[in-house]
Design a protein around this ligand. Structure first.
Ligand SMILES: [Zn+2]
Length: 204
């Protein structure tokens, strides 16, 4: 097996293909095990996690995003690992498809508020910003949004890692199927996970 591109780089290519599928109710999971490093990436339509796929604007919508984001960051709740003695090194949940960038824009505006030289530019920018915001909202009605959660573990005994249970189904009732695939330095496999069979076995 040629490893010229490295497993992590290869998995990105695989993921790019998988990600084209946007099916409500389904998610994609890619697991890469390379030496003592375990990487898991989950991509799902935002609707599965928060019930919508536009920028959250109401208090309830923002709370739904915050709740889902907080849950996904807790790898020990999302996954149950069997064997391997793995510890979370890093986790990230990208909800940018349903989070407004408004607040960030306003921060920028405040910073530039006392800069006389850029003042005119700034107001132009603000108009532009409003224009963008307006067209964004229009576009949202027929736009889909993804959420990606990624995790990196370090395992003390990676060869003993035999299975991973994904605990998302009980937390997110709109999700009913995860198309999971995994790859290690010597093996690979795939499995469809459901509420009744949420365990991905690494048959090595
Ligand atoms: Zn969608």
């Amino acid at each position: 097996m040629g490893l010229a591109c490295g497993l992590f780089a290869c998995s990105t290519v695989v993921n790019a293909e998988i990600h084209q599928a946007h099916v409500h109710g389904e998610a994609e999971l890619m697991l890469v095990l390379e030496h003592n490093k375990l990487a898991i990436e989950i991509t799902t339509p935002a609707a599965n996690l928060v019930g919508f796929e536009y920028q959250a604007s109401t208090k309830q919508e923002k709370q739904a995003v915050a709740k889902a984001q907080a849950y996904l960051r807790q790898a020990n709740k999302v996954f149950t690992l069997t064997g391997g003695d793995c510890h979370l090194h890093h986790s990230h949940a990208d909800f940018s498809s349903v989070l407004t960038s408004h607040d960030q824009h306003h921060d920028d505006h405040d910073k530039h508020a006392h800069d006389k030289q850029t003042h005119e530019k700034h107001s132009d920018h603000h108009k532009e910003h409003e224009k963008h915001a307006h067209s964004d909202h229009k576009a949202h009605s027929d736009q889909h949004g993804e959420v990606t959660a990624s995790y990196e573990f370090e395992c003390n005994n990676a060869s003993e890692l035999t299975a991973i249970t994904v605990n998302l189904f009980s937390q997110f009732s709109a999700l009913y199927k995860i198309n999971a695939s995994w790859i290690s330095t010597t093996q690979q496999g795939a499995n469809v996970l459901t509420k009744n069979q949420a365990q991905l076995r690494l048959n090595r």
